[in-house]
Ligand binder design. Structure first.
Ligand SMILES: *[C@@H]1O[C@H](CO)[C@@H](O)[C@H](O)[C@H]1NC(C)=O
Ligand SMILES: *[C@@H]1O[C@H](CO)[C@@H](O)[C@H](O)[C@H]1NC(C)=O
Ligand SMILES: *[C@@H]1O[C@H](CO)[C@@H](O)[C@H](O)[C@H]1NC(C)=O
Ligand SMILES: *[C@@H]1O[C@H](CO)[C@@H](O)[C@H](O)[C@H]1NC(C)=O
Ligand SMILES: *[C@@H]1O[C@H](CO)[C@@H](O)[C@H](O)[C@H]1NC(C)=O
Length: 333
């Protein structure tokens, strides 16, 4: 449901075809520059927060060489809250001994995985508090019976969090991804996007495929708005993040990845729950350029069924029935 990394074989094929097609179609320097958009940079090269704060010292992220233990043991939600050092409120927390002006919204698309949710929240609160982040966690739940639509849920998350705070950084985060490195900066850069989860345990810590940007992505609200968000056209697993790569290239926005050791993520097992893939995703992708400005944040419709504020997260349950009725039949799977 969440991370569709098992998709890689097909996406690889698609990647190659696209590359070849482009080389023949546009032999220009501009195009060649585009191919190198996945620059690997070390995290200290984009360290941010260099402002002078008054009243308190600036937060410093913990020792970079320190790894984090990934704990995948089952836990009940109540215990997660009890064992945290810092006490979150409405899924949010901020350090008191130093100042962190960047407000990070963690946006998680979700449906019916309570066991995984408590493991995820235990990890995330510990992880973000160790980094002394100013953060809030939002779970965006698809409550209808339609196929899972990750892109639309992330678009909805972007719109809904604006009711809660003025966030300066968005982290789109799948529920099954747990960072193995304490110091992976859950931060944003002004002019660019960072793909954080490029080495996955399920693919033996290799990149699932070259254009993969699923899992965990850092993006500023302004950049996300500029892209018109994710496409809403992808029902079922796969496609939406591959299309986002196309949008990123089309807008000339830089995409970064972290160094290898920092981008290692442990993937939670999904048990027996089946992931339904969108069989038409490659066909839909081929026509994506015609929809960048039509399909995304600006044609998003949904109903909020419930919004609730717990200790560990804010949950926003939505129905996509209205959106579904707008999407053309040719995109059905
Ligand atoms: C920050 O503060 C230091 C010392 O108080 C000062 O020297 C420096 O110019 C300040 N930097 C900015 C960008 O204001
Ligand atoms: C960082 O952590 C490593 C391993 O835990 C330790 O050996 C090293 O001394 C620490 N460095 C600092 C500056 O605290
Ligand atoms: C965001 O900031 C503006 C201007 O500072 C303020 O008026 C508004 O209430 C803030 N919104 C939220 C949700 O905090
Ligand atoms: C996983 O990667 C390691 C290091 O590159 C390699 O030694 C090992 O054989 C790989 N395992 C599998 C199952 O591919
Ligand atoms: C995640 O949830 C699924 C079903 O909800 C379960 O089968 C699986 O074991 C869980 N994964 C972990 C690591 O607990």
């Amino acid at each position: 449901m969440e991370a569709c990394y098992l998709n890689s074989r097909f996406a690889k094929t698609l990647g190659k075809r696209r590359v070849i097609a482009r080389i023949f179609a546009l032999i220009s320097i501009v195009t060649l520059v585009k191919f190198t958009f996945l620059t690997e940079i070390a995290s200290d090269k984009y360290s941010i927060g260099k402002n002078n704060y008054t009243g308190a010292r600036r937060c410093i992220t913990r020792n970079v060489s320190e790894g984090i233990e990934v704990n995948t043991k089952a836990v009940v939600m109540k215990e997660v809250a009890q064992h945290l050092k810092g006490k979150p409120h409405r899924g949010g927390w901020a350090p008191i001994d130093c100042k962190r002006e960047i407000k990070v919204a963690i946006i998680v698309p979700y449906r019916n995985r309570p066991e995984n949710l408590s493991i995820f929240l235990r990890h995330m609160h510990n992880f973000l508090q160790r980094q002394k982040r100013n953060y809030q966690i939002f779970i965006i739940e698809q409550s209808d019976d339609l196929l899972f639509n990750r892109g639309s849920l992330l678009n909805i998350g972007y719109k809904e969090i604006q009711k809660y705070d003025n966030f300066t950084c968005l982290i789109f985060h799948d529920l099954d991804m747990l960072s193995e490195h304490t110091s992976v900066g859950y931060d944003c850069i002004k002019s660019g996007i960072i793909h954080l989860s490029s080495r996955l345990s399920v693919t033996n810590y290799t990149l699932p495929y070259k254009r993969y940007i699923g899992g965990v992505l850092s993006i500023s609200p302004r950049t996300f708005q500029k892209l018109n968000g994710y496409a809403n056209t992808f029902w079922g697993c796969g496609g939406e993040d591959d299309e986002l790569v196309n949008r990123i290239e089309h807008n000339g926005i830089k995409l970064y990845r972290l160094t290898e050791s920092m981008s290692r993520y442990h993937c939670l097992s999904h048990g027996n729950s089946e992931q339904v893939y969108n069989k038409n995703r490659f066909k839909i992708l081929e026509s994506s350029s015609s929809r960048y400005s039509l399909d995304g944040l600006n044609d998003l419709v949904y109903d909020t069924i419930e919004a609730s504020e717990g200790i560990l997260f804010v949950k926003i349950s939505v129905s996509l029935l209205k959106l579904r009725s707008l999407i053309h039949k040719e995109f059905d799977i």
